[in-house]
Design a protein around this ligand. Structure first.
Ligand code: TXA
Ligand code: MG
Length: 363
C-alpha cells in the first residue's frame, strides 16, 4: 500500500473552548465529503471514518485496517432523524432506547434503507447505527453526513484509544486524525443490540451495561457468542468471528474469579513468579486494589497496575495492552466482577487472551 501523509489536527474535547477550532472540524468534514478517510474521537474508542454512502472510501477503510469484508461497519449519526432515514423501520423500541441512551455507547441493528451501499453493511439487510457522545464526532457528522466507522486500529489489535496508538496502526494509511485527547469516557466499544429479532438481542456487551437496557425495555436475549463465551460459525455480529483485542507481541493470560478473590490473586502471583524465573517479562493488571504486602511482592516479578474498579479497568485496558506490547512479555489480567460494565470488560479480556484463561478451582 502506498504511504500517504496523515495530517493531524488537535481539537479540544470541550466545545466551549473551540474558538477557531471549528474550522479544523470543517476542514476534516470537507475531506470526508471529498472521499477521504480519517480517525476521530468518540466516547468509547476512536473510530476511523468515511462517509457511509461513499463506497470507495468505505472500501479503503477495509483495506487500511486489513478488515474482513464480511464484517459490517457501524454507521454514526448526529440525530434520531438521521437514523430514521437510514432504516426502513425505526420501531418503538428503537425510539425508546434512542431517547434514553443517545448520544451514547449503544448501537442498534435495524432493517437497512437500500440507500446504504452493501459494502458498508457487508451485504447484510440490516445496519448498525449509533449516535456517539462526543462533541467533535457529532459536529463532524452534522457537517459531513452519516459516517461509517469501525474502531481505529489494525484488525485484530486492541481498539485505538490514543492518537499514539492510531498513528502506529494507521499512520501513512489514512488522510487525517482528529486528536481529541486520549480517549475517552469509556475506553471500550459500544453495546450492540439487534432490534430485528422478536425479542431484542444483545450481540456485543459494551459501554452501556445490559442491565440498564433491561431496566428500560424489559427482557432481552443474549447472543450465544456471549453466553457460550465464544463465537460460533455464524454469530449475529459478524465481528465476533474474528480475532480481536489482542496485543501484537505480548501474550495475555486471563484470571477468572471463582468465589475467593484472594485465591485468584495468589494464582496470579504464582504464575508471575514462574514466568519471571523463565526469563520473561511480567505485567499484572488488577481489576481492584490489592493488599500492599502482595503488591510489594509482585513488584519483584514485574510491573503492577491496579485499578479502582471495573470502569477504570475498562477505560485503560486497551492502552495498557499497547503500552506493554513487546515480545516475551506476559500480561496477567484479573477479571472484574461479572456484572454491570464488568461483563463487557471481561468479554474483552477473555477474547484477548484467546484460550489462555485460568479458572481457579471451585471450593
Ligand atoms: O464503540 C464502538 O462501537 C466503536 C466506535 C468507533 O463507534 N466502533 C466499533 O466498531 O467498535 P467495530 O467495527 O470495531 O465493531 C463493530 C461491530 C462488529 O462486530 C460488527 O460485526 C458489528 O458491530 N455490526 C455492525 N453492523 C452490524 C449489523 N448490521 N448486524 C450485526 N452486527 C453488526
Ligand atoms: Mg473493532
Amino acid at each position: 500500500m502506498q504511504r500517504i501523509k496523515t495530517q493531524v489536527v488537535r481539537i479540544d474535547k470541550d466545545p466551549s473552548r473551540w474558538n477557531g477550532q471549528i474550522h479544523e472540524i470543517e476542514w476534516a468534514a470537507k475531506l470526508l465529503t471529498e472521499g477521504r478517510i480519517g480517525a476521530f474521537p468518540t466516547e468509547t474508542v476512536y473510530g476511523i471514518g468515511a462517509l457511509a454512502m461513499d463506497e470507495m472510501a468505505v472500501e479503503r477503510i477495509f483495506e487500511v485496517k486489513g478488515r474482513d469484508k464480511r464484517n459490517p461497519l457501524i454507521v454514526h449519526v448526529a440525530s434520531i432523524r438521521q437514523a430514521i432515514e437510514l432504516t426502513t423501520e425505526f420501531n418503538d423500541t428503537a425510539m425508546t432506547l434512542a431517547n434514553e441512551f443517545w448520544p451514547g455507547p449503544l448501537t442498534m441493528v435495524l432493517p437497512k434503507n437500500p440507500c446504504i451501499p452493501g459494502v458498508t453493511t457487508a451485504g447484510l439487510d440490516t445496519v448498525g447505527i449509533r449516535k456517539p457522545d462526543n462533541a467533535i464526532a457529532l459536529e463532524l457528522i452534522r457537517l459531513a453526513g452519516p459516517i461509517a466507522a469501525p474502531s481505529a486500529n489494525a484488525s485484530s489489535l486492541p481498539s485505538g484509544t490514543t492518537v499514539r496508538d492510531i498513528r502506529k496502526d494507521l499512520g501513512g494509511k489514512i488522510d487525517f486524525i482528529i486528536d481529541g485527547g486520549s480517549c475517552v469516557g469509556i475506553g471500550l466499544e459500544s453495546t450492540i443490540i439487534d432490534l430485528t429479532s422478536k425479542v431484542p438481542t444483545i450481540l456485543r456487551e459494551g459501554g452501556l451495561p445490559t442491565k440498564e437496557i433491561q431496566a428500560l425495555i424489559g427482557d432481552v436475549n443474549l447472543d450465544p457468542s456471549i453466553t457460550e463465551g465464544k463465537a460460533g460459525d455464524r454469530p449475529k455480529a459478524p465481528g465476533m468471528m474474528f480475532k480481536h483485542y489482542s496485543p501484537k507481541y505480548a501474550k495475555v493470560i486471563a484470571f477468572m474469579h471463582n468465589g475467593s478473590r484472594l485465591q485468584t490473586l495468589h494464582m496470579m502471583d504464582q504464575r508471575g513468579e514462574e514466568i519471571k524465573n523463565d526469563g520473561k517479562k511480567v505485567v499484572f493488571i488488577f481489576s481492584g486494589q490489592i493488599p500492599s504486602r502482595m503488591r510489594d511482592r509482585m513488584k519483584r516479578f514485574g510491573e503492577v497496575c491496579a485499578f479502582s474498579d471495573a470502569w477504570q479497568l475498562g477505560k485503560h485496558l486497551f492502552k495498557k495492552y499497547r503500552d506493554f506490547d513487546r515480545t516475551g512479555t506476559f500480561i496477567l489480567v484479573e477479571e472484574a466482577e461479572d456484572f454491570g460494565i464488568g461483563r463487557a470488560v471481561n468479554n474483552r479480556i477473555r477474547i484477548s487472551a484467546g484460550g489462555n484463561i485460568v479458572e481457579p478451582p471451585k471450593y
